[in-house]
Design a protein around this ligand. Structure first.
Ligand SMILES: CCCCCCCC(=O)SCCNC(=O)CCNC(=O)[C@H](O)C(C)(C)COP(=O)(O)OP(=O)(O)OC[C@H]1O[C@@H](n2cnc3c(N)ncnc32)[C@H](O)[C@@H]1OP(=O)(O)O
Length: 187
């Protein structure tokens, strides 16, 4: 594989501090579990691959339609293309859209762990503007699990999977029971 322009998952692009605060950094003793494997992921397929999802669903016309491209351990890669509907400033992706893409990517990595997780806290660093028409290459991985809490980090690159980092994120996901989703649907 070609060397990435800004280093390893824990690297610090442009010399800036890493994206994680104390609330998104795993405590001492947290471990990264072995992913539960494809069989376990299949159990959650209906929720994880919900067609109406703004992040990944095919039925969300202005959604991001993030496509998953690979899973290695807890690392999940994906990509999406920035549309005109995703603009903030003219010709450039809205920061909230990029944060959503990171939420989607981080969430995919959390779900690979084989339990149901929702985002509790999401922290983002916007490193470079992202023009409409760009493909954003997403990559997320788990940095530790402590009880119900899963800690994730991720990044979005432009110009190619090894191109410069445009956005990076750290997050705390919380494990929830299945009822969490039925309760939300009932309003
Ligand atoms: C493939 C699928 C991809 C999906 C990608 C998209 C993912 C999403 O966007 S999910 C949608 C956005 N998120 C949500 O809607 C979540 C809304 N929030 C909630 O439902 C609840 O607040 C929830 C479940 C996160 C936590 O509530 P609850 O279950 O009562 O747990 P609670 O006791 O408050 O917290 C559990 C622990 O997490 C900690 N915690 C919870 N939230 C935070 C936070 N924001 N920051 C730091 N710590 C937190 C608590 O302090 C507590 O820690 P400890 O056990 O040490 O005391």
């Amino acid at each position: 594989m070609t060397a990435r322009s800004t280093g390893s998952p824990s690297g610090s692009p442009s010399g800036r501090p890493g994206p994680a605060s104390s609330r998104t950094t795993p405590p001492p003793g947290a471990t990264v579990p072995e992913p539960s494997g494809p069989d376990r992921r299949d159990l959650d397929l209906k929720l994880a691959d919900y067609d109406g999802c703004f992040g990944c669903g095919d039925q969300s016309s202005d959604g991001l339609r993030v496509k998953q491209t690979g899973i290695t351990g807890t690392e999940v890669t994906g990509e999406f293309t920035v549309l005109e509907a995703h603009q903030g400033a003219p010709g450039l992706a809205h920061g909230g859209v990029l944060a959503t893409a990171m939420d989607e990517s981080l969430g995919s990595s959390a779900w690979v762990l084989g339990k149901r997780y929702v985002t509790g806290r999401l922290e983002t660093d916007f490193m470079a503007p992202v023009p409409v028409g760009s493909t954003v290459y997403l990559r997320s991985w788990c940095t530790g699990v402590d009880g119900r809490k899963a800690y994730l980090q991720g990044e979005g690159r432009i110009g190619g999977p090894d191109g410069p980092i445009a956005v990076r994120a750290a997050a705390l996901f919380i494990e929830v029971p299945e009822e969490h989703f039925s309760r939300e649907r009932e309003g």
